[in-house]
Design a protein around this ligand. Structure first.
Ligand SMILES: Nc1ncnc2c1ncn2[C@@H]1O[C@H](COP(=O)(O)OP(=O)(O)OP(=O)(O)O)[C@@H](O)[C@H]1O
Ligand SMILES: [Mg+2]
Length: 244
């Protein structure tokens, strides 16, 4: 499925007939998905559709059974997660995955651990520009942050690795509406600064108003791929994912 025009940039990340299984139970049945440089692409779908599985496979956290994952023209299938991160793909996992017993500052530092040398102050400044509240929380244990602040920290930690591609798994989950707005505003800002984003979301309306293109997943298969605006206007998507 190639839902865009031929003048579009080469994909930076492509999933080709990707198959992943949990033991003998298949979870992804041959996923084709492409993300071009500079895009925000969203992957939406119901609980259990396979969205998290897709991101975990890209990050090397799950074994690929068949098919391929190509990043900047090279297969990254079978590489270790830290190597994939070093190549430029950072993953903000479902549930955020921050270290509750460490300070905000330590969590941010851990995000940069694969890089050599001291972290320049300008990078902290960039984080504090995106999320001013984190500046006042640096010495606080991450577990004491609100849910929204923890999501800000999770995104910030991933940014400390200086990714070219950011994988976001349900960043809005469990957050109050105003916090959801903040998180999505920052996602757009990060993208405008040049980071390519693959965004998994259950909040299909927010995701499709933020993304350039989207894929709809049902039980381990991509069933629709189109420009986000077309998906927002589609009767099938409206009925199944937009509450009307
Ligand atoms: N560790 C696991 N062991 C066995 N099966 C799993 C495991 N993790 C996920 N699955 C199964 O794989 C399928 C896809 O799950 P996945 O977590 O990728 O869905 P999802 O789209 O992210 O759902 P959600 O919106 O609830 O986060 C589901 O049927 C799920 O039960
Ligand atoms: Mg999930």
């Amino acid at each position: 499925m190639r839902p865009w025009k031929s003048d579009m940039a080469e994909p930076v990340l492509s999933l080709k007939q990707l198959e992943v299984a949990y033991g003998s139970i298949p979870a992804l049945h041959g996923i084709d998905l492409e993300v071009a440089q500079g895009e925000i692409v969203t992957l939406i779908g119901a609980n259990g559709a396979g969205k998290t599985t897709t991101l975990r496979a890209i990050s090397g956290l799950l074994k690929v059974r068949e098919g391929d994952i190509v990043y900047r023209g090279e297969s990254i299938k079978g590489l270790k997660t830290h190597v994939i991160t070093q190549r430029g793909i950072s993953h903000v996992p479902e549930g955020r995955g921050i270290f509750s017993n460490l300070t905000v500052s330590d969590n941010l530092e851990l995000g940069a651990y694969l890089r050599k040398g001291k972290i320049p102050a300008s990078e902290y400044e960039r984080i504090f520009t995106l999320f001013p509240v984190l500046k006042d929380r640096m010495k606080q244990n991450a577990g004491t942050l609100s849910g929204g602040e923890q999501q800000m920290l999770a995104i910030s930690r991933a940014l400390m690795a200086k990714p070219d591609v950011l994988l976001l798994d349900e960043p809005s989950l469990g957050l109050a509406p105003q916090m959801v707005q903040t998180i999505f505003r920052v996602i757009r800002e990060i993208n405008q600064e040049g980071t390519t984003i693959l965004l998994v979301e259950q909040n299909a309306h927010m995701a499709l108003t933020t993304a350039h293109r989207g894929y709809v997943m049902e039980t381990g298969r991509i069933v629709i791929a189109d420009a986000a605006a077309n998906l927002l206007a589609s009767d099938r998507v409206k009925k199944a994912y937009l509450g009307g």
